[in-house]
Design a protein around this ligand. Structure first.
Ligand SMILES: [Zn+2]
Length: 260
């Protein structure tokens, strides 16, 4: 067995990657302001590097996956929420407090639906899986006909199945999600000017249901068409292990920088 030089961690956030502290994470309430990095470093006697799981997935796609060779990359994972990871000029964007790249919580419409974070109208509140399912439920309650009206618990995957069977409400739910996603990404292009957009997460698997309205909306809302020249839009290559591979990349990059 080889020597362990460092530990890399991809954790749910919000967290402080510079001190290794988990600030608060809804699924593990005991970890409020928990110094995970220092505790593990003390136990194992090696440096510990951590960052949030979406940043780590973005870093992994850059180092080992679909974004290899690109210096400016925006990664989005669309599933139960929307997470983002940004590589800017060949560096992982972390920010002053380590809280940069929270792309799902960009405000698209302050009067929009409630987001998981408690604010209104964030990208996540329009285009995540639960947001798509919630929209369908609301429309059914408002009297819209749908083959899904008999369902009590709806998932975005069920909405996608119904859309593939030509259910008009299900199709419109993805059109709406794609429309708002296009607005969000137009904003990301204006800030980060990436050469590649990489989409991960289960909702991204719904293909053209989401991406046709997304492209139309992006073209409509982008500040300048030059952002779209040679812009690559692609699926993530690394699947469920992306976060782990990102943690590996984070530790490797940090170690190589510390040796310079
Ligand atoms: Zn939010």
């Amino acid at each position: 067995m080889g020597e362990v030089d460092a530990i890399g961690i991809a954790s749910p956030g919000p967290l402080d990657p510079y001190t290794g502290t988990i600030l608060d994470t809804p699924n593990i309430p005991e970890w409020e302001n928990f110094p995970l990095g220092p505790k593990l470093s003390e136990r194992f006697g090696v440096p510990v590097y951590l960052d949030n799981d979406a940043n780590m997935a973005g870093l992994a796609e850059w180092q080992y996956g679909a974004g290899k060779g690109h210096n400016d990359l925006v990664y989005l994972t669309i599933s139960t929420g929307i997470g983002g990871g940004v590589i800017s000029s060949g560096h992982l964007l972390q920010g002053f407090r380590g809280m940069g790249g929270e792309l799902g919580h960009m405000t698209i419409d302050p009067n929009g639906p409630l987001c998981g974070c408690g604010q209104h109208g964030h990208a996540e509140s329009f285009s995540s899986g639960p947001a798509i399912a919630r929209y369908v439920c609301e429309q059914i309650e408002a009297g819209q006909p749908s083959t899904l009206s008999a369902q009590t618990q709806l998932s975005a995957a069920q909405v996608a199945d119904a859309a593939f069977q030509d259910d008009a409400l299900a199709i419109s739910a993805f059109e709406r999600a794609g429309y708002y996603l296009g607005i969000a990404v137009a904003n990301y292009l204006a800030i980060f000017d990436p050469s590649i957009l990489i989409f991960g997460g289960g909702v991204s698997q719904s293909g053209e249901l989401l991406f046709r309205p997304f492209r139309e909306s992006l073209q409509k809302h982008v500040f300048h068409h030059h952002y779209l020249d040679d812009l690559i839009v692609t699926k993530a290559a690394l699947g469920d292990d992306a976060g782990l591979l990102g943690a590996l990349a984070l530790a490797r990059l940090a170690l190589s920088e510390s040796k310079v």
